[in-house]
Design a protein around this ligand. Structure first.
Ligand code: ARG
Ligand code: GLU
Length: 656
């Protein structure tokens, strides 16, 4: 034990020499980071990570279903992702007789695997800098509209050219650094992806909303799919004749596990970050947008919860909606707190002052003031726009009236009636009348109270239709065009400001904001101290699941089998989840977490809420990604799924 403490202390004392693990790097440019990665522990070359000439790690990573990441773990197309990424597919296959969400699902043979129409996965074939081609024909006297038209035309040509060979090729040209650089991404898209296995939700969603964004965490957040291809291994529509896809590369699974200080990297598709924004935007996020949206959602969540607590049926109807509302609500709380703690507004203002001193007399002069002015114009309009989404446009009755698809079996009118009064009232009190439709102002006067108005709307479809129509018309025809125009001007200014920031700080390594393109983040396994006198160790175990287990609390009620297995003894140290310093965001869910040799040690599924400001500003003391230890996945497959035959396809290594 003493020895262990000593080695941890030694490690910790070495940590200050490791620089902050901020950054989401482009795989094709990873040679620029490889020296730093190797210095921190990586034992691979840049070509092992990204290459167009040989099979490499990128060939084992996919964009899963348009918003998550997945990875190949067998030569027969077997894929791992999160339970919450597979959730909607598992749900679609579920019924009262076969409740796969509740009980889990395990295909016992290939013919039991379940097809998922509409689900696709994309492999990156290649990515390349096409800035010169996209801007071909550009003349400095062109105005912005002409420039945009030219870019669209050139990008479209590149896309068509790249997709010409067919066979599932999909290409897109993406702007990086606010349009200072353009990259062409060429994917191959497979469209026969079948469900192979999923743990019961009491494992896959263990901890529910209570533990979401939190540490210590014990969620077994994984599901298993298999990619199928035609006889030629190329993408094909679903057919019983299709065969398991043979990947160019699948990941080896490490049985050696991780410990504090170990190098890790995450290969995946982060969705959206904004690291280079002006102080005015940070100020708006931390002092207006986040707190106001948190307040509104607190009301919505309390209202739903009150009814969900009273009825099991309502809990089932609203659990998915509740989860959706709660997820961002909790994230914003961490983001607001983190930005304030880091004093990011003041830090950015200081940066802007220094930037302007440097920029005096250059093309960048005055750019930060221009951005401040643009935000002053945008903020009130954008705030109203956000209020529409968070309040009146969230009322289900009005959504149905406006024709948005909704499953009537998941609708409970008493919730919606209370929601109507609360949201209409909040909307009315929070916004200036100039942001409301004339119809709203007139009817509000006529009805005198939101309760009277509610009774009319829920009794008379025509009343609901008219209100929904007036709200959507104002939203789509008045507010949205204004927001788009202002944001467009802001983005244009950012194009120059971004270039300016790169010139101002020429020695700094910049990475482009996330945009759902494939990236690499690297760091190491590390705990953190969320507040005074508390230190969170970075590894959680099955013992912690048993500590939380409580049949009376829905989120913590584990399957009896798991209790029985634990009672047999010997499983105290079964690892479940771990923390690391990799810079990740939404979209990184399901991403492979790899060790120094590129072997799979975990699957990313969350961040700690105290670090969610990393979408805007990264704090190495608080920003941690949360991963599921791959050995827990194997444990669940074996012990709960009794599906050990799946392990026969996988390749393991126990070397470190
Ligand atoms: N916080 C994780 C991610 O954004 C997991 C979300 C799903 N889980 C949940 N309990 N709502 O998106
Ligand atoms: N759960 C998130 C996802 O679905 C990842 C968490 C985050 O880092 O935002 O992508």
């Amino acid at each position: 034990m003493k020895k262990l403490i000593l080695s941890v202390a030694l490690l910790l004392s070495a940590l200050p020499f490791l620089k902050a693990d901020e950054g989401m790097w482009l795989p094709s440019l990873i040679s620029q980071r490889i020296g730093d990665m190797q210095a921190k522990g990586l034992r691979l070359s840049a070509e092992d990570i990204y290459s167009v000439n040989q099979a490499c790690l990128k060939d084992a990573v996919v964009l899963f279903g348009g918003g998550c990441t997945g990875e190949l773990v067998s030569d027969r197309g077997l894929l791992l992702t999160n339970h919450h990424c597979g959730y909607s597919y598992i749900q679609k296959h579920s019924s009262v007789e076969h409740d796969y969400l509740k009980d889990g699902f395990w295909a016992l043979s290939q013919d039991q695997e379940l097809p998922n129409p509409g689900l696709t996965v994309r492999f990156l074939e290649k990515m390349e800098d096409v800035t010169a081609l996209v801007l071909k024909g550009y003349k400095s006297k062109m105005n912005e509209d002409q420039r945009q038209a030219l870019i669209r035309k050139n990008a479209e040509k590149l896309r068509k050219e790249a997709e010409k060979a067919g066979n599932g090729l999909r290409a897109s040209v993406e702007a990086l650094y606010y349009g200072n650089q353009y990259f062409l991404f060429v994917f191959r898209e497979y469209r026969d992806v079948r469900l192979v296995g999923a743990p019961p939700s009491s494992i896959g969603k263990f901890g529910g909303e209570t533990d979401n964004w939190m540490w210590p965490r014990h969620t077994g957040d994984f599901s298993i799919f298999r990619i199928y291809a035609g006889k030629d291994n190329m993408p094909a529509d679903y057919s019983p004749e299709n065969i398991p896809y043979t990947p160019k590369k699948s990941l080896r699974i490490s049985l050696a596990g991780v410990k504090e200080g170990d190098f890790t990297f995450v290969y995946g598709c982060p969705g959206s970050t904004r690291e280079y924004i002006h102080s005015a935007e940070v100020d708006y996020i931390a002092n207006v947008s986040d707190p106001e949206k948190i307040g509104i959602r607190t009301t919505r969540l309390q209202l739903m919860k009150k009814h969900m607590d009273m009825s099991q049926a309502v809990r089932i109807q609203y659990s998915s909606k509740y989860a959706g509302v709660a997820n961002a609500w909790k994230k914003w709380q961490g983001e607001e707190k983190g930005i304030k703690k880091m004093k990011t507004v003041a830090a950015k203002q200081d940066f802007e002052k220094r930037f302007e001193q440097w920029a005096a007399g250059s093309e960048y002069k005055g750019i930060t003031d221009r951005l401040a002015a643009l935000y002053a114009a945008r903020n009130p309009v954008f705030r109203a726009y956000e209020y529409y989404n968070e309040t009146v446009r969230s009322i289900e009755k009005l959504r149905m009236a406006a024709g948005y698809p909704m499953d009537p079996k998941d609708y409970y009118e008493p919730i919606d009636k209370e929601m109507f009064v609360a949201m209409m009232d909040c909307f009315d009190k929070s916004l200036d009348d100039s942001f409301k439709p004339a119809y709203f102002i007139q009817k509000r006067k006529e009805y005198g109270s939101m309760e009277a108005w509610r009774d009319a709307v829920f009794a008379d479809e025509a009343e609901a239709n008219e209100l929904a129509f007036s709200i959507d018309s104002f939203y789509f025809n008045v507010l949205r065009p204004q927001v788009f125009e202002l944001e467009n001007s802001i983005d244009l200014t950012y194009r120059d400001y971004m270039r300016g920031q790169m010139a101002f700080d020429a020695s700094k390594a910049f990475y482009p904001d996330a945009n759902l393109t494939l990236r690499i983040a690297y760091g190491h396994v590390e705990g953190y101290s969320p507040s005074d006198a508390i230190y969170y160790r970075p590894v959680s175990t099955l013992k912690g699941i048993i500590e939380k287990d409580n049949p009376a609390i829905f989120d913590y009620n584990i399957p009896q089998t798991l209790r029985d297995i634990y009672a047999e003894g010997g499983h105290d140290d079964q690892p479940v989840c771990f923390l690391a310093t990799n810079h990740t965001t939404g979209g990184n869910s399901g991403s492979p977490v790899l060790n120094a040799d590129g072997d799979l040690v975990g699957i990313n599924f969350d961040r700690v809420w105290e670090g969610t400001m990393s979408d805007i500003v990264f704090d190495p003391d608080f920003c941690r990604n949360i991963s599921l230890d791959v050995r827990y996945i194997l444990f669940i497959i074996r012990e709960i799924g009794h599906a050990s035959y799946l392990l026969d396809e996988m390749h393991f290594t126990s070397s470190k």
